[in-house]
Ligand binder design. Structure first.
Ligand SMILES: [Zn+2]
Length: 327
């Protein structure tokens, strides 16, 4: 091989290995999507910002921001966590095809429900109960506050004309698989699980804000997993496209309707979510261990605000998937 050919061959092989950018355009199931091109096809103009480390795709009513080498993007201001970092090569930004399909595409083009199957029945799970107090901060037990928020949310949903099935009544203990089972047997259209966070250790009391979880897509890693393990398919994964849209709507409504800081739409394989026969969301509505969040959790006004915001999110999701219209 002549030296110049050898150099070209080496250069070519380096490009194909090191640069997913070599395969832009048509989606590659194993590959990367050039975000500027993807946006252009949807009428979203690319703008590089943040000293070259941020790509905004901007439309008339949409702005999606990607941050180089981070496992997040911002969809119309909502922080969305992903398991494969956004990749930057020069001024081009790439999203893993798997993340595109499981997360960005459903948000950009929400699924529609058939007109014959409107959302009528919501299963509300007040986290913990009975022998399981959940998180504890001093004398305060999570199970009590989740129940009070569930009661408020129930009333707000019923006022909006929806039916509600409560997964637990009073201070009773229900196994996690029975929680999903009860929602499934009731043929609920949506499942909403209510929780509060807590964290111990040095500096922990500074941690505050809302985290909204939905089921991790098959093959992806959960947000709080440190290793990159991937994971199996669960029956709840049939609703992946709805799960992320529901989570984002609820999260956005809570961030907008309360004083809680945005800690992101996240992914987890919580047992109850894995077993659902309907879209589901898991709300960690603030940190019991933080004074600021505590003002929301431990006061009736704060809980009413949170419950109404969660219900606003459920109703926004309902409108979105039933009409398929713009947000
Ligand atoms: Zn909990």
């Amino acid at each position: 091989m002549r030296p110049v050919v050898l150099v070209l061959a080496l250069l070519w092989s380096w490009c194909t290995i090191a640069a997913p950018a070599g395969r832009v355009g048509a989606p590659d199931p194993q590959g990367w999507v050039d975000l500027a091109r993807w946006g252009a096809a949807r009428g979203l103009a690319p703008r590089v910002a943040g000293k070259g480390l941020q790509l905004d795709l901007v439309g008339r009513s949409t702005k999606i921001s990607f941050f180089a080498d981070t496992t997040r993007f911002a969809f119309d201001g909502t922080d969305v966590r992903i398991d494969i970092p956004v990749r930057r090569m020069g001024d081009r930004f790439f999203l893993a095809q798997r993340v595109m399909e499981s997360t960005l595409l459903p948000l950009a083009s929400p699924p529609r429900r058939p007109a014959s199957r409107p959302i009528r029945l919501v299963a509300l799970n007040a986290g913990h109960g009975g022998k399981d107090p959940g998180n504890i901060d001093g004398h305060r037990q999570e199970k009590l506050y989740t129940m009070m928020v569930a009661g408020e949310a129930r009333r707000a949903l019923e006022r909006a004309g929806l039916q509600v099935v409560m997964i637990r009544q009073g201070d009773s203990f229900v196994e996690l698989d029975d929680r999903a089972g009860k929602a499934n047997r009731a043929h609920a259209d949506l499942y909403v699980s209510l929780h509060f966070n807590a964290i111990q250790g040095a500096g922990a009391r500074e941690v505050h804000g809302i985290e909204t979880y939905c089921l991790t897509p098959a093959g992806a890693s959960s947000t709080n997993d440190n290793g990159n393990h991937g994971g199996p398919w669960h029956r709840g994964n049939r609703f992946d496209r709805d799960n992320i849209v529901l989570a984002r709507q609820v999260h956005r409504a809570v961030v907008g309707g309360t004083d809680l800081e945005d800690r992101g739409v996240r992914r987890a394989r919580f047992k109850e979510l894995t077993m659902l026969d309907m879209p589901g969301v898991f709300v960690e509505g603030g940190y019991m261990t933080n004074a600021e969040d505590g003002r929301g959790i431990y006061t009736p006004e704060g809980r009413t605000k949170l419950a109404r915001a969660i219900v606003d999110g459920v109703l926004a999701y309902k409108r979105l998937v039933e009409r398929g219209g713009a947000e």
